[in-house]
Write a protein that binds this ligand. Structure first.
Ligand code: TRP
Length: 454
């Protein structure tokens, strides 16, 4: 991402939306959202999550894209312009977040490759029920060699794409493939809903019990909102920096946020009815998706074929997300350290691989190694990034744009969108006063008060 005088632009408007939606839709939707909802009271979590998306996610998405297009820079460069001085640190915080997220993201990315292999080899569909599926998963994630190997493969695939610069090709490719993922999800939903006992799952997922809304639910939903939308670390600043001046930011943001939310919602619809139908517990943690889907596939005609397709598509969705995470780290090495592109990608990939090894081992040999407040390394990296770094990043982005740089300097970015004064003013008010105040309140309450007082 060099700063050539004439900034490269996306080939088309849809190119930008696809790249941004490609970054947003990933393991966060299919893997993380269902298990977080399962652990945090189902529909209660879904409701709070939707609230976070509207009040925080959408406005901050718009803000990041506005900053990117306005400065035409990577996050560090952008903050040198809109923040100057210590504000540049926000850019570095973003680079660090991308790096930390990748250390565990690629482990789960590796699971998708492993499950693809198991679907093709037939191991996945020969299971007879939920106990079998759980055992398969446990022994898979407990195996150090398999975990490190697939973690390596996933980073290798990401590095390969980023070095060759075929990211644009992948984006094109996923334009065809992502609708297929949605279609497969719908097939899974139909199968799940027609299993006896599925209605309990639907109730769990869609009928909120307000007494279940606790601080933990709120903070987890907030973290997931940032994670799922790829916000709070400058990924959308980077993507916005290639956006054409005449493209509409409000409109594109709405589409990206809508697609991402739809993907997460459908994933939950595919999983919860089945969980209840086969008598599993929704509180299974990170294994939920990988435990339940094989059971659903095993009860479908041509299940093995559907399973292979599904995990292949999930792998591709994960790749379009990991590309954007690695991209931020790579941009740092090329722009700030003057490394060549290849050297940057290999350095980033190598470091992520090494720092990801303890995450890969967190479900097996390092299961009992607790880093912080009883978390494994994997959980710690997840918590550190989703619950702290991304929301704090989002808070700083909003404050810097709203108060340091001044919204009036960037409001013209929204001109192509609408001549509705009110729409722009609503966004301006939200990003200046509502989003930062809510973010600060939640982070302070949970992160500081709860941590100390308990
Ligand atoms: N949003 C992606 C997912 O849901 C993960 C991701 C990609 C991400 N880029 C990001 C998360 C930047 C936070 C910040 O799988």
């Amino acid at each position: 991402m060099s700063d050539s005088p004439k900034r490269e632009h996306w080939g088309s408007k849809i190119g930008f939306i696809l790249a941004a939606a490609g970054s947003a839709v990933g393991l966060g939707n299919m893997w993380k959202f269902p298990y977080l909802a399962g652990e945090n009271g189902g529909a209660a979590f879904v409701l709070v999550y939707l609230g976070c998306i509207i009040i925080l996610g959408l406005p901050i998405m718009i803000a990041e894209i506005v900053i990117g297009r306005h400065t035409e820079k990577d996050p560090v460069g952008a903050f040198k312009i809109i923040g100057t001085g210590p504000w540049t640190l926000v850019g570095y915080l973003g680079v660090a977040s991308g790096f930390f997220i990748m250390t565990y993201y690629s482990v789960v990315g590796g699971w998708t490759i492993g499950y693809l292999v198991k679907s093709v080899s037939g191991a996945l569909c020969s299971i007879s029920g939920s106990a079998d599926a759980e055992q398969l998963f446990e022994s898979f994630i407990g195996s150090p060699s398999e975990m490190v190997f697939y973690h390596f493969l996933f980073i290798g695939a990401t590095v390969f794409i980023v070095i060759l610069g075929v990211a644009k090709g992948i984006e094109r490719f996923s334009m065809v493939l992502m609708p297929l993922l949605f279609i497969l999800l719908i097939i899974l939903i139909i199968r799940g809903l027609t299993l006896p006992g599925a209605l309990d799952g639907l109730r769990f997922y869609l009928r909120p019990d307000f007494s279940k809304i606790t601080t933990k639910v709120v903070i987890e939903a907030l973290g997931q909102c940032f994670f799922s939308l790829s916000l709070g670390m400058g990924a959308m600043i980077t993507y916005g920096s290639y956006l054409n001046k005449k493209d509409k930011i409000l409109n594109s943001s709405l589409k990206i946020v809508g697609l991402d939310t739809l993907a997460a919602f459908l994933a939950g619809m595919a999983i919860f009815p089945a969980v209840f139908a086969v008598g599993m517990t929704p509180k299974m943690g990170p294994g939920l998706t990988f435990n339940i889907l094989p059971v659903v596939f095993s009860r479908m005609p041509y299940g093995a074929v559907f399973a292979a397709m599904f995990f292949l598509l999930l792998f591709i969705a994960a790749l379009t997300s990991s590309m954007s995470l690695v991209q931020v780290v790579v941009a740092y090495f090329t722009d700030e350290k003057g490394f060549s592109r290849t050297k940057s990608v290999l350095t980033a990939g190598g470091l992520i691989f090494l720092l990801g090894i303890p995450a890969a081992l967190s479900f097996g040999v390092m299961k009992d190694v607790k880093i912080f407040l009883g978390n494994t390394y994997f959980d710690f990296m997840d918590m550190l990034t989703s619950i702290y770094m991304l929301p704090i990043g989002g808070f700083l982005i909003a404050i810097c744009l709203g108060f340091k740089y001044g919204l009036h300097n960037t409001m013209h970015e929204l001109d192509p969108d609408t001549n509705s004064f009110y729409l722009k003013e609503i966004w301006a008010f939200t990003i200046k006063y509502i989003s930062p105040v809510i973010l600060l309140a939640i982070v302070l309450y949970f992160g500081v008060y709860k941590m100390i007082v308990g």
